[in-house]
Design a binder for this molecule. Structure first.
Ligand SMILES: *Cc1c(COP(=O)(O)O)cnc(C)c1O
Length: 337
């Protein structure tokens, strides 16, 4: 039976070319700064986004949490959308790691504007936590892969500069956003103090994320990564997969987006689907008449796996291990339910 795994873009396995790159990586002890493959990945990723430096970490949760720690002091407050991964899906790490409170806003599909942010910045007053950081997500996972354009980000960056706030980007799927908007990665460095990039989502590496920032921040980030237990040794085997992904798996993201669009269009014609959130990138969110769990059970009989994100909401995520034939198969299966 055909199986199609649409649960997440994290389920991909390394391609033969990626495995080859991993096997032949030159490695060393990265805690001593001696892994040349990691050093190459860090320099490459930083340059791509117009940032000075980078640090390779085991997960996107770690890069985000390190960034928050670098950009805040205990008792500070950060501002984020209420759907933000840093708030919802990082286990309460903002409070635990940084002793920082979170001010949540209601963006449209997770997208914030300067007008939403400005009134939430606390005045200097002994009663109020000190607002020190804004976190944006691009694409927005919970928003169904919705994107900021650089033109939307610039006025937020200007507001942060004016108010003395740091600005961090949770760019777990930043390359999906860039593919959709046509913005240039290198222009992002001018807007953000920190950028997290996942190599293990749409880019298809088995492990790893990078945090990009200025040299001083990354120097401190290395201390924080160590204290979190994220100082790795000959992890160049993993970094090699990341380099390969940046070289070979960025251009193809448009394929994932077109697959997601095909699935979204098909879903919007089906009587058992009550609503499809407009598809921008590789995520399709849709609501079902029956409870999502019942629909997922029917999918499972056809070998199709997806996630329930709410009682009546299902998420499909396309990725490099979902090929055109599997999309066709899924479309036929959806029609037959
Ligand atoms: C996946 C993801 C992360 C990082 O998750 P890890 O599983 O820790 O790598 C961060 N932000 C967003 C929006 C994500 O989707």
């Amino acid at each position: 039976m055909i199986t199609v795994d649409l649960r997440s873009d994290t389920v991909t396995k390394p391609t033969p070319g990626m495995l080859e790159a991993m096997w032949s990586a030159k490695v060393g002890d990265d805690v001593f700064g001696e892994d040349e493959t990691i050093n190459t990945l860090e320099a490459k990723a930083a340059a791509m986004f117009g940032m000075e430096a980078a640090i390779f970490c085991p997960s996107g949760t770690m890069t985000n949490q390190i960034a928050i720690k670098c950009f805040t002091q205990p008792l500070d407050e950060l501002i984020a959308d209420q759907t933000a991964h840093v708030y919802r899906y990082e286990g309460g790490g903002i409070a635990f790691n940084s002793a920082v409170s979170t001010r949540l806003l209601n963006g449209y599909r997770g997208i914030l504007t300067p007008e939403m942010i400005e009134p939430e910045i606390n005045a200097e007053n002994i009663h109020y936590p000190h607002t020190s950081l804004v976190v944006l997500e691009n694409t927005v996972n919970k928003g169904g892969g919705s994107c900021y354009t650089l033109e939307q980000i610039k006025p937020i960056a200007e507001l942060c500069q004016e108010k003395g706030l740091k600005l961090h980007l949770d760019g777990a799927r930043i390359f999906n956003a860039l593919t959709h908007t046509g913005d240039a990665a290198v222009d992002y460095g001018k807007c953000f103090d920190g950028i997290s990039v996942c190599l293990s989502k749409g880019l298809g590496a088995p492990v790893g994320s990078v945090l990009l920032a200025d040299k001083e921040t990354i120097k401190y980030a290395r201390r924080i990564r160590k204290v979190l237990g994220g100082g790795m040794r000959q992890a160049g085997f993993l970094a090699a997969a990341g380099i390969y992904a940046l070289d070979h798996h960025v251009d193809r993201l448009k394929i994932d987006h077109s697959h997601a669009r095909i699935l979204g269009e098909e879903l919007s014609r089906l009587p058992w689907v009550s609503n499809v959130i407009p598809v921008e990138t590789n995520i399709v969110l849709f609501d079902t008449v029956e409870p999502a769990a019942a629909v997922l059970a029917k999918f499972a009989e056809k070998g199709i796996r997806a996630s329930e994100t709410d009682k009546h909401r299902i998420r499909f995520v396309t990725h490099l291990d979902v090929h055109a034939e599997q999309v066709e198969y899924t479309v036929d299966a959806l029609k037959s339910l």
